[in-house]
Design a protein around this ligand. Structure first.
Ligand code: NDP
Ligand code: HSE
Length: 445
């Protein structure tokens, strides 16, 4: 039997995820070594403050502030510091020192992915990043390897746990956005500054990573259309419920042909949307994540689980570590990023979708016809229309002008035509307010 020397593992970061990775590596090292065929020796952990209190019992002598020296002695470097710098510079150092790299850093991959993948390819190293989208959920490897023989048409996911928790509270408990966010913060789901989550930046980074893999095309995060959930109201959630929908923050990556130009490309967007309560993604509650993949041959696939959490994410990181270690033992060059399709990233206007538009209008003859005319002028067909008149509201005081609430659901049309319709409707004299505009995904309930 061939005896392998221990593989030297350097860990950068011992926060929520890094501390769990270190603990599991120290506690279960023998078991992991049997799966790899070589020992896995944690040679050090780079942190900012070696004396900071830690949740887990990690031997103090492992901590160092000298990340550069640690990296130079490692076979495999696990980067769990987060942020852009010094993570980028340290990963490049690791690659150029001959190490393979495992990272969960979606912010870095979504902004500097091509630079890192190129550097790895040049020296035959490999970058593993299962934890960068969907936390514990195996989704990177299925897209990169299991579906490499198929053509993925669409990836639609709930990839941010904090926003799913907030929207789920609003749906199940009837909370306002502000209350639900306060609970998410108290429970530790939302950061003190929740901007990256509630404004959709975190989901956009994950969407860019998933789309790049799914469509063999480098998708920069700047090309992702992004809308957050801060403007989602309790009234919208309640009205969605009544119509058989639920509001979710969706990351949607599609391969499509722009009807105007005939160009085939990819579209990547993150925004709140209505989905039927019968859709599998509607059953994703709390802070859970799920990714729904539609491939030409495989059909519909659903990946579900914990999208965050130190221990849960450590599972994905250690899975990558085992893969990296096996490659070291087996030898051979790393598998580079597959970007051969190099499709253009299309503007949101090329996407075909449906809208639900809620309007308050003056209640007088001809208004409905005018509104219907604006939809028709823009080539947008109405699927359903519901009208509630204020004269039927017992709380209305005498003398208040008569108004009607119109809830209009459209058939599929280009996003460009739909947004032009909303712009025209909002200019109409009879329209008192455009109360809400939400995209609708999937089937009608
Ligand atoms: P934390 O903020 O909890 O931990 C960061 C760690 O990195 C700390 O130990 C910190 O040191 C160390 N660190 C930060 N900057 C430096 C630096 N300049 N030099 C040396 N050490 C540094 O992060 P998480 O564990 O939450 O996240 C790590 C990565 O995993 C991120 O990229 C994140 O996006 C990703 N991820 C996280 C998930 C989660 O649930 N938390 C889920 C999926 C992915 P010190 O302790 O001394 O301050
Ligand atoms: N803030 C992220 C979320 C953590 O809420 O899903 C995991 O990336």
């Amino acid at each position: 039997m061939i005896e392998y020397r221990n593989l030297r593992i350097a860990l950068l970061g011992a926060g929520s995820v890094g501390s769990q990775v270190a603990r599991l590596l120290l506690e279960q090292g023998d078991e992991l070594a049997s799966r790899v065929g070589a020992g896995l020796e944690l040679i050090g952990i780079a942190v900012r403050d070696v004396d900071a209190p830690r949740d887990t019992d990690i031997p103090r002598h492992l901590f160092t502030t000298d990340a550069h020296a640690l990296i130079r002695s490692a076979d495999i470097v696990i980067e769990l510091m987060g942020g852009i710098e010094p993570a980028r510079e340290l990963i490049l150092l690791a690659i150029n020192s001959g190490a393979d790299v495992v990272t969960g850093n979606k912010a870095l991959l979504a902004t500097h992915g091509p630079e890192l993948f190129d550097a790895a390819e040049q020296v035959g190293a490999q970058l593993y990043y299962e934890a960068a989208a969907g936390g514990a959920i195996p989704i990177i490897r299925p897209l990169r390897d299991s579906l490499a023989g198929d053509r993925v048409r669409r990836v639609m996911g709930i990839v941010n746990g904090t926003t799913n928790f907030i929207l789920d509270r609003m749906d199940v408990e009837g909370d306002t956005f502000e209350n639900a966010l306060a609970i998410a913060t108290a429970l530790g789901y939302a950061e003190a500054d929740p901007t990256a989550d509630v404004e959709g930046y975190d989901a956009a980074q994950k969407a860019a990573i998933l789309a790049s893999l799914a469509f063999h095309t480098a998708v920069p995060v700047e090309a992702v259309h992004r809308e957050g959930i801060t403007s989602v109201t309790a009234a919208q959630v309640e009205s969605a419920q009544k119509a058989g929908y639920v509001v979710k923050l969706l990351a949607i990556c599609e391969r499509l042909t722009d009807a105007q130009s005939g160009v085939e490309g990819v579209s990547v967007r993150v925004h709140p949307a209505l989905i039927s309560r019968r859709h599998p993604l509607a059953a994703v509650h709390d802070a859970k994540n799920a990714v729904f993949v539609q491939a030409e041959a495989a059909g519909d696939l659903m990946f579900y689980g914990a999208g965050a959490g130190g221990l849960e994410t450590a599972s994905a990181v250690l899975g990558d570590l085992v893969s990296a270690a096996r490659r070291h033992v087996a030898g051979g060059p790393g598998v580079g990023e597959s970007t051969h399709a190099n499709l253009p990233v299309l503007d949101i206007g090329a996407v075909s979708t449906r809208y639900q538009i809620t309007l308050t209008v003056t209640d007088k003859p001809g208004v409905l016809a005018q509104i219907a005319g604006l939809f028709s002028e823009h080539g947008v067909s109405v699927e359903a229309l519901q009208q509630t008149v204020s004269s039927a509201d017992p709380s209305r005081s005498a003398g208040e002008p008569l108004t009607a609430t119109l809830v209009i659901v459209t058939h599929e049309a280009s996003d460009a035509a739909l947004s032009a319709t909303v712009a025209a409707v909002s200019q109409n004299d009879a329209v008192v307010a455009v109360e809400s505009v939400l995209r609708v995904e999937g089937d009608t309930p």
